[in-house]
Design a protein around this ligand. Structure first.
Ligand code: NDP
Ligand code: 1BO
Length: 316
């Protein structure tokens, strides 16, 4: 398995298992199958509501002798309702407790928006904090402290655009080591990738297969990534699946990729993408795919119900 390197030389496996929308009841087994298949990197988040079961899957794999804790790379994310300085430590502790771990490998600020404490998804302006109430710098300072305390080996962000990254990079102390963003051939994020590379920020591609969320009613007219004719043609030519083409696309760009699956054969199939080699011609065709689309468009967090604008989330 290829690894990428943090600034201090620590390694992160380029392929991990996503766990968003993996229900309790399914995710424990999925995590176990993934570790059995060779995954050593699991992407989690408090907001996914399944960290306890993910932890059980990890514990089962360790108990079965498949791995030791130190062989695994575990990421979790700070939810939007815990951005105040005093809420960051307890939120991280809660994730650790649920995952059954005593440290994380990576802790990410999930979105650059803040909700009042205890709000799952803010629906009215009153349920949000503004940047004046809780600046991102306040949250980042608390993240830096958690790293100093050894609760997490690395810290980073998710869904941050260049302007928001710059705010944190100006601060004293460690800047973000990772930016986890939506990335696939419909959204290659070339400028943000270049910016992150200039600042030694690693990148993780989420929703690399077009997201299970795309089954939701509000996405019914979205373009479909896995059945896109360009992706399908490359898959046929290479004798691999469309999912494998999409995962290999990230790996070949030196971008970490975290496809989600709760299905044993797809978990294995996705893992085997590490052996797929796309040609220059394949990569050129994917570059010219002719569709530009963001599946997670931020409308949950930005709009009339919120003090935030889409430009707070994405480079427009
Ligand atoms: P993905 O793009 O990984 O797609 C997952 C969907 O694809 C599921 O429906 C899955 O079904 C299906 N699938 C998996 N493998 C294959 C395959 N080989 N062929 C066909 N279908 C397949 O979606 P996600 O949005 O879940 O993104 C991946 C991960 O990224 C998340 O789980 C989460 O960990 C992270 N993420 C982070 C975000 C953030 O804000 N930081 C936002 C969104 C995601 P099945 O399970 O039945 O196999
Ligand atoms: C809205 C949560 C996105 C998944 O990480």
């Amino acid at each position: 398995m290829k690894n990428l390197q943090f600034r201090n030389g620590d390694l992160i496996p380029i392929l991990g298992l996503g766990t968003w929308k993996s229900s309790p009841g399914e995710v424990k087994q999925a995590v176990f199958w993934a570790i059995e298949a060779g995954y050593r990197h699991i992407d989690c988040a408090a907001a996914y509501g399944n960290e306890q079961e993910v932890g059980e899957g990890i514990a089962d794999a360790i108990k079965a002798g498949l791995v030791k804790r130190e062989d695994l790379f575990i990421t979790s994310k700070l939810w939007n309702d815990s951005h105040r300085h005093e809420d960051v430590g307890p939120a991280l502790e809660k994730s650790l407790k649920e995952l059954g771990l005593d440290y994380l490998d990576l802790y990410l600020m999930h979105w650059p928006v803040a909700f009042k404490h205890g709000v799952g998804f803010a629906k009215t302006r009153e349920e949000f904090y503004t940047y004046q109430d809780v600046p991102l710098t306040q949250t980042w300072e608390a993240m830096q402290e958690q790293k100093e305390l050894g609760k997490t080996k690395h810290i980073g962000v998710s869904n941050f655009n260049q302007a928001k990254l710059k705010e944190l990079l100006k601060m004293k102390g460690e800047g973000p080591e990772m930016n986890q963003i939506e990335m696939h051939p419909f959204l290659p994020q070339e400028k943000l990738v270049e910016f992150c590379r200039e600042h030694e920020i690693l990148l993780t591609a989420y929703s690399p297969l077009g997201t299970s969320d795309s089954r939701a009613e509000r996405h019914k007219n979205d373009p479909k990534l896995l059945v896109n004719p360009v992706v399908q043609e490359i898959a046929n030519r290479q004798g691999v699946s469309a999912g494998q083409v999409l995962i290999a696309w990230s790996i070949q760009r030196d971008v970490i990729v975290i496809p989600k699956s709760i299905n044993q054969s797809r978990i294995k199939e996705n893992f085997d993408s590490i052996n797929v080699k796309l040609t220059e011609h394949d990569l050129m065709e994917l570059k010219d795919i002719g569709i530009s689309h963001r599946f997670l468009d931020g409308s949950l967090f930005a709009g009339d119900h919120s003090p935030y604008k889409k430009s707070d989330l994405f480079d427009m």
